[in-house]
Design a protein. Sequence first.
Length: 299
Amino acid sequence: MKPTKSRFFILALSFLIIGLLTTRAAVAQQYSVTDLGALFAPGYSTPLKINNLGQVVGFWDNYGVTPYKQYGFMYNNGSMAYLNVGTFSSASGINDLGQIAGEWDSMAFVYYNQQNATFLMPGVNSSAAAINNLGQVAGSYMPDFECSECYSGFVYSGGVITTIPSLGPCLNSTYNFAYDINNSGLVVGKCSVEAFMYQNGALTDLGPGAAYAVNNKGQVVGSNLGQGIAALFYTGGSRADFSFPGAFNGTVAYGINDSGQIVGEADGCFTDGYCGTHAFIYNGGVISDLNTLIPQDSG
C-alpha cells in the first residue's frame, strides 16, 4: 500500500469516528474501519468531512497519471458518487441536510441534491471549507490577484459575503483563513500565527496556533503551530492543549463532536515501535491510539 493512501485511510477512520462516537470512554470503545474505496481506478479517494448521517465528502484524484484529474465526491450508504461540478473540484464540508461546500477551479461553491453548484464569489480565487445546518459557509478568498500570499476569511450567509475583519490579533495580517463554522454561526480559523473565533462582527484571539474545528458548544481544536508539540484545545474560555506521548514531531486535532471527543493525528515514534503518523482519540483527558481500538489487519 502506498504511504499516501495509507494516510488517507487513517484519516477516513478518524473522520468517520468523529460522527459515530458514543459517550462511553474511548479506551472501552472498539471501532470498525470502513474502506470508502476509490471513485475511479486508478486513483485515490481523500475524505475531508463527515456529517451526523455518516455521509462523507472529499475528493478523488489520479495522482501520477497524465492527464491529471480531480473530482469532488460524496459517499452515502455504501456508494460513492462524483459531484456534477467539473474537473478539478473538491468537497470540503457537508451539513446534515446534505448541502455540500467546496471548490471548483479555485472558486468556492455550495452544491445540493446533484444540482448545479452555486458559486459564492464568481471569478474570485476562493474556497469553501465548511457549511453548517443553516447553510452558512466559512471559507477564504484572495482579495488581491497581485498578492499571491494574501488571503481573507469570509462567512457566506443568506446570499451575503462578509469578510472577517483584520482586527485585534489579525491586525495587519494578510494570511487569514476560516476553517469551520458551527450551527450558531461561530467561525474558527487562523490569521498569521494566531488562532481566532469570529461571530457577529467580533473577533476573539485564542492565542498562538490554528483553529481547525469547532463544535456546537463552542469548544475549539487545532494546532499550536510550532509553540511546542501540542494540539490546540480551547474549552470553557481557556486553553487546555494536549499532546500524544512520543509525538515529538507534533500532535494536531482535526475534529471535535458535541460530546467533546477529539480526533487527530500524532507524528513521532511510539511504544509499538512504529515511527510515523498515528490517528488518536482524546476523550475526558485520556488520549488513545486508534490503532489499538480497531480489529487487527483492518487497514
